[in-house]
Design a protein around this ligand. Structure first.
Ligand SMILES: Nc1nc2c(ncn2[C@@H]2O[C@H](COP(=O)(O)OP(=O)(O)OP(=O)(O)O)[C@@H](O)[C@H]2O)c(=O)[nH]1
Ligand SMILES: [Mg+2]
Length: 272
């Protein structure tokens, strides 16, 4: 089964250039496949490690359209590509900076449950780069897309090919993470250890609460989804507790580049 890899981003960020560079640099079998909609053209790329079906989100010809219209349409197109994607490369333009539209597209990718790799393209256009420039840009991305703290950020140039080959191994790893299933027994051992080490106990969002986590189980993959069974007091785990749980889960089980979801099931009475 090929890994469905969507390249999304606002108009002119370099989506088609990246596709072409990937196909050109990778010594691989390349063949076009008809997209399921008229708006996209898929390409099959077979590498020794993995087959990819790359979805290049079709550009919007600007003729007779305002920039605002083209931008709105680009979001619609991106959402269509994302519906079929396992992993999304969210492409940004390093020269133009990060716009609200970029954050919107990234938000849809995450909502769609795709694994995400953020690629800052046109890195070749930045002058006077030093060893700190990359980190400074990454900070900006993190600030403006707080919901993507878990996504790797790579600086690339689709034009000259700088670091584009780093994207495929990252996509493979992010796809594996998206499909990872942790057995309940292992999860609960992990949970016990987490509570023991951190001393952090489950807090409710309704002030003082006797909320108790009975157990955690993973109910689905793509993306990994966990049900947290709670009892006692009032349901509603505090977001900071869930964030802590999420971060520890990511560390422990290498949930790299993938969104993780939580559902709480609450029982009023605490079981003994
Ligand atoms: N300097 C530089 N220019 C780039 C790079 N990537 C793309 N470009 C240029 O940016 C312009 C847009 O590139 P495309 O690949 O067509 O962008 P796109 O995202 O596919 O655009 P649409 O399909 O219209 O949404 C072209 O002129 C490219 O040559 C890059 O890494 N560096
Ligand atoms: Mg294009």
């Amino acid at each position: 089964m090929p890994l469905n890899l969507a390249i999304v981003g606002r108009p002119n960020v370099g989506k088609s250039s990246l596709l072409n560079k990937l196909l050109g640099e990778e010594r691989a079998i390349v063949s076009p496949v008809a997209g399921t909609t008229r708006d996209t053209v898929d390409t099959l790329l077979e590498t020794p490690e993995q087959a990819f079906r790359i979805i290049d989100t079709a550009g919007i010809r600007r003729k007779g359209k305002t920039l605002a219209m083209a931008e709105k349409l680009s979001v619609v197109m991106a959402r269509k590509s994302l519906e079929r994607a396992d992993v999304a490369i969210v492409l940004l333009d390093a020269e133009q900076g990060i716009a609200a539209l970029d954050a919107a597209i990234a938000g849809y990718a995450s909502e769609a449950g795709c694994s995400i790799i953020v690629a800052l393209n046109k890195w070749d256009l930045l002058e006077d780069k030093d060893t700190h420039t990359g980190a400074a840009f990454e900070r900006k991305v993190r600030e403006q897309m707080k919901f993507l703290a878990w996504a790797p950020v790579v600086t690339i140039s689709a034009l000259v090919g700088q670091r584009v080959l780093k994207l495929l191994p990252l996509a493979i790893r992010a796809n594996e993470a998206r499909s990872r299933r942790i057995p309940t027994s292992q999860l609960n051992q992990f949970y016990e250890r987490m509570i023991e080490r951190s001393g952090i106990v489950p807090a409710g969002s309704h002030g003082r609460s006797r909320l108790h986590v009975q157990y955690v189980t993973q109910t689905s993959v793509r993306p990994p989804t966990f049900v947290v069974f709670t009892s006692g007091g009032k349901g509603g785990l505090h977001f900071s507790f869930l964030r802590h749980l999420e971060n520890r889960l990511r560390e422990e089980f290498d949930f790299f580049g993938t969104p993780i979801r939580f559902v709480e099931r609450h029982k009023k009475k605490r079981l003994r």
